[in-house]
Design a protein around this ligand. Structure first.
Ligand SMILES: Cc1ncc(C[n+]2csc(CCOP(=O)(O)OP(=O)(O)O)c2C)c(N)n1
Ligand SMILES: [Mg+2]
Length: 401
């Protein structure tokens, strides 16, 4: 039975400075509450792999037969395997840093696979699964984390913007993009376009996210706000970001908000399709809170044992996004052991390919950072490029003495 979560005391309940401090028990209760999700959680596949009927959302996944579900399973296994490989490569000094997605595969594959070719996605920095779903070569992610390159893919072709490290900033970019889709008459029927923007629970405390909510709301922009509530913003628990479930914030801005089980790929696919559909028809924006868990460190520079309890992680392991699909497929005869072995072998080969590439990754020329900034030439940028190159030349001639 989850204990009661700490909320701010009512006015008059005592000296605010004292009353506003939660007791250690309340902090622990708050942490426990994070793994529950509450009655309002939309779920189609339980952690045990049982299908839960949903009168509202079943129709959004009625095309997902065993073959399609095997595809979603494969996506998640490949992405997790790539994530683990990249994490290991950082440990071996091949990457400067890695941002693990472990545990968030269902949120990212479910929402990523809900998008159409003409839709646009704006990621933060952990959306490797969405990148994969958008057809971005995962090798193109690695230069960022080796700190030798920027997001090198063609973002228009893939409908997947460059990674954004500045927390929440991509929400403004996405709001502007979605307003553009609206102004250009690209919404209003089944063939309408939509945009999705990814951000974390911590990002909801940023002004940029609030401003994005306001702009998108008042312009009815076709924008799906996809908040992956992975319970932590580095070492800050979600309790420090909000006094009410994050999805309920949408109401204050005047658009619908929904909380989905972020570890349930089927529910994430269904709810994202619904939300995107609303946007395509001009009924946007929509906020989705994908209730999930960051199973690894924030990045490879972080040590989560300093601020969270290991039994919290143990609890979430039982809700693993991949295992529940495996259980559902195996139980219903949708896949046999040969299939699971085949996917594992494919994932190992996929990871080995990323590894070979990383070990032999070409260093881009130093002035590459100046390319792709503007569509056409820019004299100020060109001057900066020249200055930077002659600065580097100074080191070369200094070495000659
Ligand atoms: C504007 C800004 N402030 C602070 C940071 C440092 N920072 C990097 S990640 C992070 C926490 C973000 O947490 P959340 O939004 O929950 O996303 P998650 O990393 O959990 O996916 C912070 C504070 C930053 N990158 N940008
Ligand atoms: Mg977070």
């Amino acid at each position: 039975m989850p204990s009661e979560q700490w909320t701010h005391p009512e006015p008059g309940d005592g000296p605010a400075a004292v009353a506003a401090q939660p007791s250690p028990e309340q902090v622990i209760a708050g942490l426990r509450a994070t793994s529950e999700g509450g009655a309002e959680l939309t779920q189609l596949l339980t952690p045990e792999g049982e299908r839960v009927p949903s009168p509202q959302f079943d129709k959004y996944v009625d095309d997902i037969d065993a073959e399609a579900l095997r595809g979603l399973y494969r996506d998640m296994v490949l992405v997790r395997r790539a994530d683990r490989e990249a994490n290991a490569m950082q440990r071996q000094g091949q990457l400067g840093i890695w941002v693990p997605l472990l545990g968030q595969e269902a949120a990212q594959i479910g929402s990523g696979r809900a998008l159409r070719a003409n839709d646009m996605a704006f990621p933060s920095y952990r959306e490797h699964g969405v990148a994969f779903a958008r057809g971005v070569d995962m090798k193109d992610l690695l230069g960022i984390f080796r700190c030798t390159d920027h997001s090198g893919w063609d973002y228009q072709r893939h409908g997947f913007h460059p990674y954004t490290i500045v927390i929440g900033n991509q929400v403004l970019n996405a709001a502007g993009y979605a307003m553009g889709q609206k102004f250009e008459g690209k919404v209003g029927d089944d063939d309408g376009e939509a945009t999705i923007v990814y951000f974390g629970d911590g990002a909801t405390s940023q002004g940029d996210v609030h401003e994005g909510f306001v702009w998108a709301a008042v312009y009815d922009a076709p924008l799906v706000f996809f908040c992956q509530n992975n319970q932590w913003a580095i070492s800050e628990p979600t309790e420090r970001q909000s006094r009410l479930p994050l999805y309920q914030r949408a109401r204050g801005y005047g658009f619908p908000g929904i909380r989905v089980d972020g570890n349930d790929v089927l529910a994430c696919l269904a709810v994202s399709r619904w939300a995107l559909d609303e946007c395509r028809h001009g009924n946007g924006p929509v906020l989705i809170e994908a209730f999930t868990y960051r199973m690894d460190a924030h990045t490879t520079t972080d040590d989560p044992t300093r601020y969270r309890l290991s039994d919290e992680l143990e609890e979430w392991k039982l809700k693993d996004p991949i295992e529940r699909v495996r259980a559902f497929l195996a139980r219903g005869g949708g896949a046999d052991q040969a299939f699971f072995d085949e996917v594992q072998a494919e994932a190992d080969a996929f990871a080995a390919d990323l590894r070979d590439y990383t070990f032999n990754m070409p260093e881009p020329p130093p002035d590459r950072i100046f390319s792709n900034v503007y569509a056409e030439g820019n004299p100020v940028l060109e001057a900066q490029r020249e200055e930077f190159l002659s600065y580097l030349d100074g080191f070369a001639s200094a070495g000659e003495h």
